[in-house]
Design a protein around this ligand. Structure first.
Ligand code: BES
Ligand code: ZN
Ligand code: ZN
Length: 499
């Protein structure tokens, strides 16, 4: 993330008085007339805006952007197409806004203004503000940490002004959007960071620092402690790497001490080579993203503390590296998990569920009101929902509803998969209590969750599989190529509304 974060300001002023490098105005398809405010602006520009619309030079199709350059106070009036009015929603707003911000940034525009009322549609302006700020800050994200050449040529938007007729300063919405986009972008930074740098030890040092600054309780267990605690599954996965594992536990108390915490458990595999079941090329590429769930959870708790959300939260993140060594765990090994169950290894590449198994048992010991784990658990998530949505599974209807409703509000699409008992048979082992894969290989997402279910007690639990959505190949709308910060917006929305 570039250190120079774009700042936002709110200005109550007639459009014709705006002085800036650019002004974004949203239009719906077929919108022929201009409202009173736009009419004045149009007059100032000798009718050029209305002529673009009348002469069909701008049709307001979704995503269309037409620049009209002037020598007045606004140097570039950008007409932004929002598509059909009846279909307009916050998803379209976010994507159109992020694309427009990127386009201006790439054209070296350092500051621009947005005509707020033209983008809020039929929604409250304050809700639109939150989405506008979030989508600009997410869309403008760039990971440039490891570029050494032409650093000074990296372009950045310094300030965005929201032009409004209202007397509101939208400070709480801007504040929320700032905290959430910081969490998303920091998550992207760490997930994008190469595995030779972002080792469990390196991440532990960073988290220590975060916890000090945000006043979070932080407990870190090293490899010796993990072994001594008898976290046999987690320890075995980390054994084959010189970069020793760490179990990082963060706690935030935003509600009374009597309120049970909500537990987030995140898979933190800093690189997944597959172990002795080595991943072949090209599947081994990008396996630095296997820490996405843990990194998201850490930035979610940091954001909750910043926003002083009235919840108690605990984040449990097992970090390790799945590597090959004389000491690596192997197929056919039988491991004893932290909860005492025995697990037969059939594939060392199904390591995420082993790491999470012990972390989930640890979470149960903290007697939380609910547990949610976030993990890049399976490649099968791609077959399930493609890169459009994230599959999740839950043992509790209320918890599932919370996730669903947060999904709608946060615009992070999730879809529930079933946890039917029929799936349990395929992970029964001949020699141990269970085995870590189903040898048939079907229903990968559900089998992963079915395995994990053995390590949670009666506590309501949900498992979110971000195997696919952790990463984006596209640079479109709020997405940029690389890590996405998946589940940060979803979890923040859920925790903000938690009852
Ligand atoms: N980290 C991977 C899952 C993954 C794969 C995430 C591709 C993102 C992209 C996980 O540890 C894994 O290797 N899972 C195996 C499980 C299988 C052996 C049952 C998989 O999905 O192939
Ligand atoms: Zn794996
Ligand atoms: Zn993995």
């Amino acid at each position: 993330m570039d250190n120079k974060v774009t700042s936002f300001k709110v200005l109550k002023t007639p459009l014709e008085n705006v002085k800036d490098n650019a002004l974004l105005i949203g239009f719906f398809e077929g919108q022929t007339g201009l409202n009173a405010d736009l009419k004045k602006l149009d007059k100032e520009f000798n009718g050029i805006i209305s002529s673009y619309i009348k002469e069909n030079r701008f049709r307001a199709e979704k995503g269309e952007a037409k620049s009209i350059f002037t020598n007045k106070g606004i140097k570039n009036v950008v007409l932004v197409g929002l598509g059909e009015e009846e279909k307009y929603n916050f998803e379209i707003l976010s994507s159109v806004m992020a694309d427009a911000a990127k386009k201006l940034r790439n054209g070296e525009t350092e500051t621009f203004s947005i005509c707020l009322s033209s983008f809020s549609g039929h929604s409250k302006e304050e809700d639109a503000v939150e989405k506008i700020v979030l989508s600009c800050l997410m869309g403008l994200y760039k990971f440039t940490e490891y570029k050494t050449k032409d650093k000074d040529k990296i372009k950045n938007v310094k300030e965005i002004t929201l032009i409004t007729n209202s007397n509101k300063n939208f400070s709480s919405e801007i504040n929320y959007a700032y905290a959430v986009s910081y969490a998303v972008n920091k998550t992207r930074d760490f997930v994008n960071t190469p595995p030779n740098i972002a080792t469990p030890g390196h991440i532990a040092e960073y988290v220590k620092d975060v916890s000090k600054k945000s006043n979070l309780k932080c407990t870190i267990f090293d490899d010796k402690q993990i072994e001594k605690m008898k976290m046999g599954c987690f320890f075995a996965v980390g054994k084959g790497s010189v970069n020793k594992p760490r179990l990082i536990v963060l706690e935030y108390f935003g509600a009374g001490k009597s309120q049970k915490p909500i537990a987030l458990v995140g898979k933190g595999v800093t690189f997944d080579s597959g172990g002795l079941n080595l991943k072949p090329y090209p599947y081994i590429l990008n396996m630095k993203d296997d820490k996405g769930g843990a990194i998201a959870s850490i930035h979610v708790i940091e954001a909750c503390a910043k926003l002083k959300l009235p919840v108690n939260l605990v984040v449990i993140t097992p970090f390790c590296e799945n590597m090959i060594d004389a000491d690596s765990y192997r197929p056919d090994d039988v491991l004893t998990a932290y909860n005492g169950m025995t697990v037969e290894i059939k594939n060392t590449d199904a390591e995420g569920r082993l790491v999470l198994a012990d972390a989930l048992t640890y979470a149960c010991e903290m007697k939380p009101q609910a547990i949610i784990d976030i993990a890049t658990l399976t490649g099968a998530s791609m077959i399930t929902l493609g890169n459009v949505a994230t599959p999740y599974l839950a043992t509790d209807g209320k918890l599932s509803e919370k996730i669903k409703s947060a999904s709608i509000k946060s615009l992070e699409k999730v879809w529930e998969m079933p946890l039917w008992p029929e799936f349990e048979d395929s992970i029964k082992s001949d020699v141990a209590d269970i085995k870590n894969i189903s040898e048939e290989g079907d229903a990968g997402v559900i089998i992963g969750a079915t395995f994990l279910k053995n390590f949670v007690d009666e506590t309501p639990w949900a498992h979110i599989d971000i195997g696919t959505t952790v990463w984006s190949k596209a640079d479109k709308g709020i997405l940029t190529k690389g890590a996405t910060g998946a589940t940060v917006r979803l979890l923040m929305e859920m925790l903000r509304e938690w009852k």
